[in-house]
Ligand binder design. Structure first.
Ligand code: SF4
Length: 283
């Protein structure tokens, strides 16, 4: 399968098609209307048509699998909105997807030891673009660009570990690293809500999901040590949820931690802080 199709599949599975995180469709609208094309020439336009057919097929297969696994299904309108979002991802990210030379590259930093001598390893998955003699490493995140920019240091630490593995352990050259933030920005969401093709086109044009990450592997040792400390803390059962007050604090895009993180946390039903917040909310 072509890397661009693999990336499209990855976007679909990262999106985890479901009600969570999707906007309700605008009233009386079952789709976002005509989608703007990103194709720059006839060959690309033909590839776009081919890819959109592929996305529709992969979307249906992905949806049926999730429906079977979870026992939940979407209303036809919400399902159509989810499909339109997947198509929009392709429209906006196709210029990168077309250039990807290796996707789902697994990187491993093996045989590490925590301060308490516990063995651990660090693993990650990235996409690689090799073009004009340059190699760029992309890390796909389902976060939005504001959240990434607000916490750039932690993305930088993670990506720099991958860069270190790529360069030192695999002896490969690397010129640039970047995060692709796939969550739809508010402006694009609102444009989709409007259902107007031109509004969507201009919102898409203004959306830049690629955030270049400063490339420096000087702090890799400290980051690996931090990972090890987390491993020790987990193994020693020294962990606790954030306090309820922290969950309510507004962060980027005026969202609370509870909305941004806890809502998708598998541990929330056994989390005291989440329960406490819900009780207060429902009281
Ligand atoms: S719900 Fe999950 S993310 Fe939120 S505080 Fe509890 S454990 Fe942490």
């Amino acid at each position: 399968m072509k890397p661009s199709k693999q990336l499209a599949e990855k976007l679909l599975s990262k999106r985890r098609v479901g009600a969570r995180g999707l906007q309700k469709p605008a009233r009386n609208k079952s789709s976002v209307g005509p989608l703007p094309s990103a194709a720059g020439n006839i060959k690309e336009a033909s590839e776009d048509a081919d890819m959109e057919t592929f996305i529709r097929t992969a979307f249906d297969a992905n949806y049926e699998r999730l429906r079977f696994e979870s026992g939940h299904s979407l209303s036809p309108e919400l399902k159509e909105t989810a499909l339109q979002q997947a198509l929009l991802y392709w429209r906006r990210l196709s210029n990168i997807a077309r250039r990807v030379t290796e996707t789902e590259v697994h990187l491993t930093l093996p045989s590490q030891k925590t301060r308490q001598e516990r063995p651990f390893s660090i693993e990650g998955v990235v996409d690689i673009v090799r073009e004009d003699g340059k190699t760029i490493m992309y890390d796909l995140k389902t976060h939005d660009t504001d959240a990434v920019r607000a916490d750039l240091a932690s993305y930088e630490r993670q990506l720099n570990i991958y860069a270190y593995i790529w360069r030192q352990l695999r002896s490969q050259s690397l010129d640039q690293t970047a995060v692709i933030a796939t969550a739809l920005p508010e402006a694009v969401r609102q444009a989709i809500e409007s259902g107007d093709g031109e509004t969507i086109q201009s919102a898409l044009a203004a959306w830049d999901p690629v955030i270049e990450i400063p490339f420096a592997t000087d702090h890799v040792e400290a980051t690996v040590r931090d990972f090890g400390d987390v491993v020790d803390a987990i193994e020693d059962r020294k962990f606790a949820p954030l306090l309820p007050a922290k969950l309510k604090k507004r962060e980027t895009r005026n969202e609370t931690f509870a909305t941004r993180v806890c809502r998708n946390c598998d541990a929330r039903f056994s989390c005291d802080s989440w329960r406490c917040l819900k009780q207060r909310f429902e009281a």
